[in-house]
Design a binder for this molecule. Sequence first.
Ligand code: C2E
Ligand code: CA
Ligand code: CA
Ligand code: CA
Length: 285
Amino acid sequence: SRVTHFDAEVLAVRGSQAELRARHHMERRLRSGIVNGDLRLHYQPLAEVASNRIVGAEALARWADDELGPVAPIDFIKIAEETGLIVDLGRWALRSACREAATWPMFESSDGIRRRMKVTVNVSAVQLSQPSFVQDVSNALVESGLLPRCLCLEITETAVIGDMEATAKILQDIRDLGVTIALDDFGTGYSSLTMLRDLPADVVKIDKSFIDKIADETSTDSVLARLVIETAHSLGMGVCAEGVETNEQAERLADMGCDTLQGWLISKPLPGSDAFTQWLPTAVL
Ligand code: C2E
Ligand code: CA
Ligand code: CA
Ligand code: CA
C-alpha cells in the first residue's frame, strides 16, 4: 500500500524514538561501565623518525559491554561528550594511563642515551572546561609518580571552538606543570592557523586524512602536509603524522622532516604495553 506523507512522518518519529531509546540505553550501560571498571585502555606506539625507535604511545579507550558487545570509540565517546559522562571517563583515562606509563621501562637508544617513554592521553572540550581540570592532571601525576614530561595531552580543534583565551590559559597552566600539549586531528577544523597562533602547544598531529594520499607527491594533501610540518617547525613545535599505513607514506614523511609517526605500519593499538616495550631497543621502520 501507498505510504502517505502522514505515514512517513509517523514512521520518522517512531524511528527517531527508537534511536533515542537506543541512545538512552547505551548511556545507561556506559555509565555503569565506567563505574564498574569495564573500560580498558589500548596503547598505540609512536615511532621517532630520527632514532627509528618507539618513544611513546597514545592511550585509546575501549569498551565491550555485556549486552551491547564491543562499541566503537567514536560512538561511545560521542555519547559520553553529549551526556557529560566524558568527565568521569576522561579522568579515568588520565589516571589509568599515568599509572600504566609509570611502569614502562627506560631504554637505551642507538646513541647510547637512556630514555623514557611518553604517554599521550586524549582530552575532550567538556573535560578541559572543568574548573578542576588542571588539578586533576596534577593529581594523576602525583598519584602515579609519572614524570610530567612523560605525559602529553591531545586536544582536538573542535575542543577549542569556545573561548580561545580561556583555553589558552588552561593549556599554559598544564604546560607549567611540565606536561606537553599536542593539537590532535590537525587541519580538520576551520581555524587551524588561529589555533597555531593563539594556543600554546608543543606538537601538531597531522590528521590521517592528509596522510592517506601523501605518497603522491603532486597531491594537494602532500603539499599541505609539507606546509604544516614546515610551519610547525618554524614555530618551534614538533610534528606527528597519524594513520601511517604504508612504507611509502613513512618515507615521504621522513623526507619532509616529520618527527614522529603513528599508524598501523608501526602497530595497531595494543591491549597492553608488554608487546611494544619489548621492541623499545630495536628499529621499528
Ligand atoms: P584519535 O585521537 O584521532 O585516535 C586515532 C584513531 O585512529 C584511533 O581510533 C586509532 O585506532 C586509529 N588509527 C591509528 N592508526 C591508524 C591507521 O594506520 N589506520 C587507520 N585506519 N586508523 C588508525 P579509535 O581507537 O577508534 O579512536 C577514535 C577516536 O576516539 C580517537 O581518535 C579519539 O578522538 C577518541 N578517543 C579514544 N579514546 C579516548 C579517550 O580516552 N578520551 C577522549 N576524549 N577521546 C578518546
Ligand atoms: Ca588522539
Ligand atoms: Ca587524531
Ligand atoms: Ca581522529
